[in-house]
Unconditional design. Structure first.
Length: 543
């Protein structure tokens, strides 16, 4: 192939300098970077590296995710496929590999360490050391995925220790997940071989973890926005900027380009911010990109300046793959035949009986823009022997229904969604992805759960006579449809939820984390209400 070149303001992430230059490249690699006296005003950056994301959370299959993210400058992603792995096991992992292979985006993976995420809820698969060994042998797998079950590490669980040992034998990093873990417990967790964390909630927590040897991933996704809280740490220390979970409606507006824009607007040095999505994650995971120099892969992003980061062109292996905000490749998604069974639930299954005029109950209080929740207590009225929702104080029913086999509905109460009527059900519920639903009306709850499974998964919101839905045809987690079509359907779901009273910025993403038992403080899974700090099930009604 004939050599080509691009001139512009070159961002040297190794030296920390910006200067006019010409970048020449051929056969997928950089031939030379030559200093010039002058060059066009646009800037030449290394391709952006998303160091931690769950593609499933975008509601897009990998090829459609590439179609949406590459125009924003993303040239490499490290995807932890533990969402689909918890549902379909190795079949799900193979699907992600096959679908990602059809597009130019460099998609790397981490081997899911927590399938299931804990022993306390029901998932569709179990990964032991044999499965982890099989995956980490593959070149596409660059690390052991986030070790979410940190209590298992602290109690020296043999299963998780064996998985970490496999990763270390292959000289591959081990990602962590340990919100609010500090002191001696944190030291033990790190000493087990875990080298990163993306769940620090405060700058002090991030500082402690960093100085004990952890890479800190500052996440700014759809439901968990920590950049503001971690900014004092992030401005002063090496770190990664990551998305973790990013729904399609947000992805359409920007990916790492948007994160760079926000970080710089909050006072982060532009070179520092760029390194956090290029050089530092590439070095940690031994990726081929991350910087531009002779012999390096020609993954490049052309942006207007280092303030707005408006992406003009994107190159992967020297090929122009996006221009003017549009992908220049056409995905051909792989289809998956696996389909969940339809539920046939009755309204009375979504009611909690109680004797007496009132009931003192535990309540999950969601925290906007975060995945953790708070535990509260409330007194609720009892009518006709059934505990009632309290719309005045924003307390409504939450339900989790086992998607894998027939089982009783698990019930609890939640506040923070402000849904005044109807119900919404989703087959996206981290990490086991049982069916999760909220609403004050048992009839609508039953309807939403039955309809969302009948359509094969996704979201279904109903107000009795009206409804909106988003079909997710891959494991009830992702769609093979074009990203704009998925975003339009999701927007209609959000609009209907807003008409029903919901004010959360990312309601369904927030809902999906209310069954995740590895983050504080009170959660609901298919087996019941769970106190994540005490690591035990607790009754909804307090005697």
């Amino acid at each position: 192939m004939e050599p080509r070149s691009i001139e512009g303001q070159f961002v040297d992430v190794i030296e920390g300098k910006v200067y006019p230059a010409r970048v020449s490249f051929a056969d997928g690699r950089v031939l030379a970077v030559e200093r010039l006296d002058q060059a066009p005003e646009h800037h030449i950056l290394p391709g952006f590296v998303e160091a931690h994301i769950h593609i499933e959370s975008s509601q897009l299959c990998p090829s459609r995710f590439a179609e949406a993210s590459v125009p924003h400058g993303t040239t490499s992603v490290i995807n932890d496929p533990h969402e689909i792995s918890n549902v379909l096991g190795m079949t799900g992992v193979r699907y992600m590999l096959d679908d990602a292979n059809g597009v130019p985006l460099r998609t790397y993976f981490t081997a899911p360490s927590c399938v299931p995420s804990t022993k306390h809820d029901t998932s569709g698969a179990v990964f032991g050391k044999e499965e982890i060994d099989l995956l980490l042998r593959m070149k596409e797998f660059v690390a052991l995925g986030e070790v979410m079950d940190f209590p298992a590490v602290l109690r020296d669980d043999i299963g998780i220790k064996e998985k970490i040992k496999v990763a270390r034998e292959y000289w591959k990093p081990v990602d962590g997940h340990c919100p609010e873990l500090i002191g001696n417990d944190l030291v033990k967790y790190i000493n087990a071989g875990i080298s990163s964390d993306h769940e620090a909630l405060t700058a002090d927590e991030a500082e402690e973890k960093f100085h004990l040897g952890m890479w800190i991933m500052v996440q700014e996704g759809s439901a968990n926005r920590n950049l503001g809280a971690l900014l004092p740490f992030a401005k002063a220390n090496e770190c990664f900027l990551v998305s973790d979970d990013l729904q399609v409606t947000d992805l359409m507006n920007g990916h790492l380009d948007l994160l760079l824009r926000k970080a710089v607007s909050l006072g982060m040095d532009p070179i520092h911010a760029i390194r956090a999505v290029t050089a530092w994650p590439s070095w940690h995971y031994f990726l081929p990109g991350g910087s531009l120099a002779k012999g390096k892969v020609a993954d490049m992003v052309i942006v207007d300046d280092l303030k707005n980061f408006n992406v003009q062109e994107v190159y992967i292996a020297g090929d122009l793959v996006a221009k003017g905000g549009k992908a220049l490749f056409t995905p051909k998604p792989v289809h998956l035949s696996d389909r969940m069974g339809a539920q046939q639930r009755r309204p009375e299954e979504f009611t909690l009986p109680h004797a007496g005029p009132k009931a003192k109950v535990r309540v999950i209080r969601v925290v906007p823009n975060h995945i953790h929740s708070k535990a509260e207590v409330a007194d609720l009225e009892v009518k006709d022997g059934v505990i009632q929702s309290d719309l005045v104080n924003d307390i409504i029913t939450m339900a989790v229904v086992n998607r894998y086999h027939q089982a009783p509905v698990a019930l609890g109460f939640v506040s923070g969604f402000k849904v005044k009527r109807g119900a919404v059900a989703s087959t996206v519920a981290h990490d086991s992805h049982n069916i999760i639903a909220i609403g004050p009306d048992p009839e609508c709850l039953a309807q939403a759960v039955n309809k969302v499974t009948e359509q094969g998964g996704g979201y279904y919101v109903t107000d009795k006579d009206r409804h909106e839905s988003l079909v997710l045809d891959v494991a009830g987690l992702m769609s093979t449809a074009p990203c704009h079509a998925v975003a339009e359907d999701e927007a209609r779901v959000f609009e209907m939820l807003a008409r029903m009273g919901c004010e959360l910025p990312a309601p369904l993403m927030t809902l999906s984390f209310q069954s995740l038992l590895v983050v504080p403080e009170l959660k609901l899974c298919d087996k019941g209400l769970f106190d994540t700090k005490r690591q035990e099930f607790v009754p909804v009604v307090i005697a």
